[in-house]
Every structure is written in structure tokens, then in C-alpha cells.
Design a protein around this ligand. Structure first.
Ligand code: NAD
Length: 353
């Protein structure tokens, strides 16, 4: 199978590429604009075997995306490319609209044109897998879970742009018959996550003895999933998901942010002892505007229909992740020096794009 993965140079995309290349029958095209969030080191790992190529292309560039389809003739597409950081979407929503909405539209239109030109047997196996987030559902109160039928109610510019993209993907199936499948996943963590997100930022600040910012009172709840479990779920949905369906993916590991930060402090104390307990570095800071209180996923459909369940507990995954950041200091030190030092983003309630 020739598999086109957009956003394959990012955190989840690179985990997907590593995993899919475990199948010797797969060759892979990674289409990625290589923004600040791309990880050249992760790309170097999965291109080393010679079965993956990188096309440095913007998903919103119709001519270039069409060239990639013509040149590589994919059997399936996994569309992960996106702007992904909620705080950045508050400061500058324009890039989110452009990449997540216009880019998804461009991918769908180009895929549709290409798919219509395939012969009947190739057309029957082609898949367009659109990868999305549970944030499209908005915020939960203290109880309940997001199911596939939960009404969309996005709050941030990021989640609104992803919601729009999901609706486009669904419309391209319902209107044009494009064989689309959609998955919506909870918060991921693990190796190679850009250190602007809660878990890697906290690990690095703890290692460097810097304040550990916790938004509001740290009461916000997320349902955490180890990235390799997400990659396994995505492979399952691509191969066995029913066309036109959507699947929620979650780890069944709800934690309050403050619990996550304290757990990281304790792991860093254990694995890299410092002069004082890292919990003393915790600093409560003004909350994110429009901060969703709680996300929780009902993953019953993917479990019962496709047989996927997470294999890594939150405690195991967090330990692995802290150890991974300890073992890859060269990687993150470069990012902290050149790209992002850990400063607060996303406090502006107005468009600074
Ligand atoms: P990431 O920010 O780590 O990586 C995004 C990748 O997309 C980068 O390699 C970047 O260069 C590329 N990209 C950005 N704009 C592009 C453009 N215009 N054209 C081509 N490539 C572009 O993101 P991630 O955390 O790996 O998330 C991947 C996907 O999974 C996204 O669609 C996201 O919405 C979804 N998702 C993420 C999470 C999470 O917890 N991280 C959870 C659920 C769903």
C-alpha cells in the first residue's frame, strides 16, 4: 500500500509513520509544510529505511498537493496536518483557519479528483482518513462522556477550525461519495511532543528548575492517551473502519491538570533528583480564555466494532515519557534555544494574527 500521511513530520504523524512502516508492504509519502512543530529528527528515523519520502508541501497549496497525488498515486490518505496549539490559536487564529479549514478542503478536493480518475478496483479500496480531536465537542461538566453522536460545540479557534474540517470531510463523503472515515481523539502525550503542550513543558521546566505554570486552579480534566496507542487506533480505523463512520478514541485516563503536573514532579524527582522537590515549582497562573473544563471520551464504538483498546496505562506512559525526555536532551535543548523557550501564550482574547 502507498500511504500518504499529511503532517507526518509532527508529533502524532511521525508516530503513525513509524508504526505503519512496520508493515513491509507499505511505502509512505509524508506531506508536510515543516512548520515550527515539525520534527526533523523523527523524520530522519522513519525515512532511514528507504520506504518513505518527504514532500515539503503546504496542504492548502492545491497545485502542489495535486502534483504529490500524481507523482505518488497513493492508495490511502491519513490527514493529520494541522495547526494544533490552542494557546497559539487564541493569539493568531488566521493560520488555523488557513491550514485546518482551507487545507482540509484542498486535501479533500484534490483527493476527490484523483479518486474519480482511479479504476474501479483502486477506487473501491481508496480511503481518506481525517484525523481530529475530541475538542470539537466542547466542554463537559463533572459527568458524562463524548460519544460519536455528541453535538459539536467547539470553544477555541483551534477546536472550531477542526470542527469545520470534520464537517467538510463528512460532507465530501455524503455529497460526493468520497470514502472518508473520521476519528476524534483525546489528548495525546509521549515522545517528540513539542514542548509547548502541558506534559512536555512541565517535564522540561521541572528538569531546568523553572516555574511550572498551571492554568487557573488546575481543575481542568483531560482524558490522556499515549501517542503509540493513538497510532495503533489510527491504523485500525484506516484498515477496518467503516466508510462514512466516525470513531472516538480515548485512553480512559481522566486526570485533573494539577494531578498530571504533580505526577510529573514526582517522576522527575525520582529519575533526575534535584536540590528541592519539584512540586515547590508549581505556579498557578491566570486561566486560558474559554478554557474547557473537562473532556472524556466514550471509546465503546472503536472497542466493540474494531477491537482497539489502549495498551499503555497513564502511569506507564508518563514514566516512559519522562525517561524519553531525559534521554533526548539534545533534541529539546535545541528547540528551547531556537524555537520556543516556554513563555506564556494565548492570553490575548483578541486576534493578533
Ligand atoms: P503537531 O503540531 O505536532 O504536528 C503538526 C504537523 O503538521 C507538523 O509536522 C507541521 O509541520 C504540519 N503542518 C502544519 N501546517 C501545515 C500545512 N499547512 N501543510 C502541511 N503540513 C502542515 O500536531 P499533532 O499533535 O501531531 O497533531 C496531529 C493531528 O492530530 C492534528 O490534526 C490534531 O488536530 C490531531 N489531534 C491531536 C491531538 C493531540 O493531543 N496532540 C489529539 C487529538 C487529535
Amino acid at each position: 500500500m502507498r500511504l500518504l500521511v499529511t503532517g507526518g513530520a509532527g508529533f502524532i504523524g511521525s508516530a503513525v509513520c513509524r508504526r505503519m512502516l512496520g508493515d513491509p508492504n507499505i511505502s509512505l509519502i509524508c506531506l508536510d509544510k515543516m512548520t515550527y512543530a515539525a520534527i526533523p529528527e523523527a523524520v530522519a528515523e522513519f525515512t532511514a529505511g528507504g520506504r518513505a519520502v518527504v514532500e515539503k508541501v503546504d496542504v492548502a497549496d492545491r497545485a502542489e498537493v495535486a502534483r504529490v497525488f500524481r507523482a505518488h498515486r497513493p492508495d490511502a490518505v491519513m490527514h493529520l496536518a494541522a495547526e494544533t496549539h490552542v494557546d497559539r490559536s487564541i493569539d493568531g487564529p488566521g493560520a488555523f483557519v488557513q491550514t485546518n479549514i482551507v487545507g482540509t478542503y484542498t486535501m479533500l478536493e484534490t483527493a476527490r479528483e484523483y479518486w474519480r480518475g482511479l479504476d474501479a478496483s483502486a477506487r473501491a479500496v481508496f480511503r481518506f482518513h481525517h484525523i481530529s480531536t475530541d475538542e470539537v465537542y466542547g466542554s463537559l461538566g463533572p459527568t458524562g462522556k463524548f460519544a460519536e453522536g455528541t453535538r459539536y460545540d467547539p470553544v477555541s479557534p483551534y477546536s472550531a477550525s477542526k470542527a469545520a474540517a470534520d464537517h467538510l470531510a463528512s460532507a465530501w463523503h455524503r455529497t460526493y461519495g468520497l470514502p472518508v472515515v473520521i476519528s476524534n481523539c483525546s489528548n495525546n502525550y509521549g515522545p517528540y511532543q513539542f514542548p509547548e503542550k502541558l506534559i512536555p513543558l512541565t517535564i522540561l521546566n521541572a528538569l531546568e528548575g523553572l516555574p511550572l505554570p498551571v492554568y487557573g486552579k488546575g481543575e481542568n480534566v483531560r482524558d490522556w492517551l499515549y501517542v503509540e496507542d493513538h497510532a495503533a487506533a489510527l491504523e485500525t480505523v484506516l484498515r477496518r473502519g467503516r466508510i462514512g463512520e466516525k470513531y472516538n478514541v480515548g485512553g480512559g485516563a481522566e486526570r485533573r491538570n494539577i494531578e498530571v503536573v504533580r505526577a510529573i514532579c514526582d517522576l522527575v524527582d525520582e529519575l533526575a533528583p534535584g536540590p528541592r522537590p519539584r512540586r515547590e515549582l508549581i505556579a498557578f497562573v491566570p486561566d486560558r480564555p474559554g478554557h474547557d473544563l473537562r473532556y472524556a471520551i466514550d471509546a465503546g464504538k472503536i472497542q466493540s466494532e474494531l477491537g482497539w483498546t489502549p495498551s499503555v496505562s497513564f502511569e506507564q506512559g508518563l514514566r516512559r515519557t519522562v525517561q524519553w525526555y531525559l534521554d533526548h536532551a539534545d533534541w529539546w535543548r535545541g528547540i528551547r534555544a531556537r524555537l520556543y523557550r516556554g513563555e506564556r501564550l494565548g492570553l490575548s482574547p483578541t486576534d493578533a494574527a
